[in-house]
Design a protein around this ligand. Structure first.
Ligand code: SF4
Length: 258
């Protein structure tokens, strides 16, 4: 079996712990307005690699990948789940730390899919889950897809106790609103597997790719945000998580007394 690869980064420092070998898979069903990888959207059968070819390449860089491992990202990595099952299984035999970076949007509860996702997750050390927007209607406007599967996947991972880093991009007038950050916190408060929350400021680094592809940039004129904005948004999310958890605790205590 071959996996169809968009590109590989051999010294990744932002997609999981340590220094990582990051595989960006081809194809994505979403069309996020701020996507900085529009060249990964299309799936075409070029640059196919077998699991053995990837692991052989990984092992060339292994001495430099301090406290890292392999991260599979995209596009949307889960579109090639059969390949990932094989890759993660063999990588685990070599004791490699595995991160799956996903939007969660392909997740569904069909028996066939759950069998596959369970096979995959048994070899995943950490999921980097991108929650693009907490509000379903806004999520549709931002990405072209509902967030129902994304939030369902978050709940599924929590139930399975798979460690997760939540990633959320704040964009002016889209996600950078108190109302939505509070709502995001309320949702996250109910999960018990969160190891970190990355609130990332919107940037415009992908704009030139749109020009090269001849696609109009959907967020033309939207100003990039700063780390300071991200810090403020993070504080709102954390405040909301704490508030919601305190409420849930009170309800639980109340139920126990009753
Ligand atoms: S999920 Fe990622 S690759 Fe796909 S459109 Fe959104 S930002 Fe781009």
């Amino acid at each position: 079996m071959k996996g169809y690869i968009h590109s590989i980064e051999t010294f990744g420092t932002v997609d999981g712990p340590g220094i990582r070998y990051v595989i960006f898979m081809q194809g994505c069903p979403m069309r996020c307005l701020y996507c900085h990888n529009p060249d990964s959207w299309k799936f075409h059968k070029e640059n196919g690699k077998t699991v053995d070819e990837i692991l052989e390449d990984y092992n060339r860089y292994k001495p430099f990948l301090h406290k890292g491992g392999i991260t599979v990202s995209g596009g949307e990595a889960l579109l090639q789940i059969d390949f990932l099952i094989e890759l993660f299984e063999k990588a685990k035999e070599e004791n490699i730390h595995i991160c799956l970076d996903t939007s969660g949007v392909p997740f569904n509860r069909s028996k066939k899919y759950l069998n596959k996702i369970d096979l995959l997750l048994k070899n995943v050390d950490l999921v980097l889950l991108d929650i693009k927007h907490i509000d379903d209607e806004e999520h549709k406007k931002l990405t072209g897809r509902s967030n129902k599967e994304v939030l369902d996947f978050a709940n599924y991972l929590s139930r399975k106790n798979i460690p997760v880093w939540i990633r959320h991009v704040i964009v002016p007038n889209i996600t950078y609103k108190t109302e939505y950050l509070l709502k995001l916190g309320e949702f996250l408060a109910k999960l018990n597997n969160i190891k970190a929350i990355d609130i990332l400021p919107y940037h415009t680094m992908g704009v030139s790719k749109y020009k090269n592809l001849g696609i109009p940039y959907p967020l033309e004129g939207t100003e990039a945000l700063t780390k300071e904005h991200a810090r403020k948004a993070y504080d709102v999310v954390i405040y909301s998580i704490k508030k919601k958890r305190a409420e849930l605790k009170k309800i639980q205590i109340g139920e126990n007394i009753a």
